[in-house]
Design a binder for this molecule. Structure first.
Ligand code: GLU
Ligand code: MG
Length: 448
């Protein structure tokens, strides 16, 4: 769109927002630590913002989970400014925050060049890289969270129903109906909502979308859960672990690979019907998982979640519908073969979703380029096997070493982004060095 067309569109949107009683637009992006940061503008300013952007410091690229900051080769200190440009195609009236709208932003420098650390543009670059090979990805994040009473500093759960129990839906009927109502009003297509395993834990999953849209949706869904929780006197914790020693919050990423209208995860001669391209893509993801963890399981808290026998996917293996495999292949029911997809299970809710989708695409395409094949699938819990597959890194420090050695991720991210991600990981390792699991969980569970 030309600048003129953008302004016309922005004016139309302003009219729509004013008519709907919207006073402000929350413009968000997600930092390397996985926290969603925001600048808000009054509705009437949106037309100017679309052409000139909103200022924000680049230092947020090296912010940590506790709002302290580190520095990388290029980023750090009080100087400099970026311009945030909202993507109005995603502009959404926030149903649980009357008076507010939301849009994600892309970040540019003062001269209008893409900011090399902009995670959303990284995701778009990787989607474009796939498109150049004739491939499209459809992706979707699952959102898991633990709901607690907002007025209690201790963990106090508003439901005592069992794992996956109907009792939880009965006890929190208004809250959960409010969540479905808000998501529906925001045109988010919900696939499932269910109580999960841990105390007070729930999950919502949404229909697949393109990579950038899937990451945008993950932000929107999370903030909607947060807002609806607040309206019901509740607080949602998205951190990888809420209580150490208990099942944590995953941020599983589903993906399928498409060529025009054909799902390459089915109808081929490879394992469970996948095509050679799909097999090579998944083999690329599987190969890169130890390094990908520094993107998808980015907090020291992530490794309190990522332990065997908790359905978190702690082993570097794949399997058909195996919930203990880090990469779970889902062939889909015979009547819906188009539903075949793979799920990266080892990722959690501390991940920046834009980095996660982009890094997974980069790893998968490297597998396609190398014509990789998958090893034999694993059935059952590898923890109980005589010859278990390799264990994924069991600490952020170990994952960071793989990340630093991954030529695939370094090339894809580009040095400024790669370097700032590594700096944040290193600094969070130091921040929590020697801390007890309870302290790590308490410091992170409500931050994301
Ligand atoms: N909450 C589990 C995790 O940490 C996942 C449970 C499931 O398979 O949905 O990833
Ligand atoms: Mg789940």
């Amino acid at each position: 769109m030309t600048e003129q067309q953008e302004r016309v569109r922005a004016r139309q949107e302003i009219g729509r927002l004013v008519a709907a009683g919207v006073h402000g637009a929350a413009l968000t992006w997600v930092d390397n630590a996985g926290l969603t940061r925001v600048k808000a503008v009054p509705t009437a300013r949106l037309a100017d913002v679309v052409s000139d952007g909103v200022g924000m410091s680049p230092v947020f690229d090296v912010y940590l989970v506790d709002d302290s900051m580190t520095s990388s080769g290029e980023i750090g200190g009080p100087d400099g400014d970026l311009r945030l440009f909202p993507d109005l195609t995603r502009l959404t009236l926030l149903a649980a925050q009357p008076g507010w709208a939301w849009a994600p932003v892309d970040r540019y420098d003062q001269r209008g060049a893409p900011h090399p650390v902009c995670q959303r543009q990284f995701a778009r670059r990787m989607a474009e890289r796939a498109r150049q090979r004739g491939l499209e990805l459809r992706m979707g994040f699952e959102t898991e969270w633990v709901v607690t009473r907002a007025d209690s500093r201790e963990l106090s759960y508003p439901t005592t129903g069992p794992a996956y129990g109907m009792a939880r839906i009965v006890e929190l009927s208004d809250y959960l109906a409010g969540l479905l109502e808000a998501l529906h009003a925001q045109h988010v297509e919900v696939l499932q909502l269910h109580p999960e395993y841990a105390p007070g834990q729930f999950e919502v999953s949404v229909a697949p979308a393109g990579p950038v849209a899937a990451a945008d949706l993950s932000v929107l869904v999370r903030e909607t859960v947060r807002a609806v929780s607040g309206r019901h006197g509740l607080a949602a914790a998205f951190g990888p672990v809420v209580e150490p020693g208990v099942v944590g919050n995953g941020g599983h990423l589903h993906l399928s690979l498409w060529q025009r209208d054909r799902n390459l995860c089915q109808g081929g001669d490879g394992p469970y019907g996948m095509t050679a391209t799909c097999e090579a893509f998944l083999a690329g993801v599987l190969r890169e998982l130890p390094a990908l963890l520094a993107v998808g399981a980015p907090s020291p808290a992530s490794y309190l979640r990522l332990v065997p026998s908790r359905w978190a996917g702690a082993f570097q293996c794949w399997g058909l519908e195996n919930r203990e495999a880090a990469l779970r292949f889902i062939s889909g029911p015979p009547q819906a073969p188009q539903a075949a997809n793979a799920e990266v299970k080892c990722f959690d809710a501390a991940a920046n979703p834009y980095l996660a989708v982009g890094a997974v695409i980069a790893a998968g395409l490297a597998g396609v380029d190398a014509g990789l094949r998958l090893p034999a699938p694993v059935a059952g819990d590898p923890a109980g096997s005589a010859e278990p597959p390799p264990r994924l890194p069991d600490s952020l420090g170990a994952a960071l070493r793989h990340f630093e050695e991954s030529a695939v991720l370094r090339e894809a991210l580009g040095d400024p982004l790669w370097d700032s991600v590594a700096a944040v990981r290193r600094a969070e390792c130091e921040l929590f060095d020697g801390a007890a699991p309870e302290a790590v969980a308490a410091a992170t569970r409500r931050r994301y």
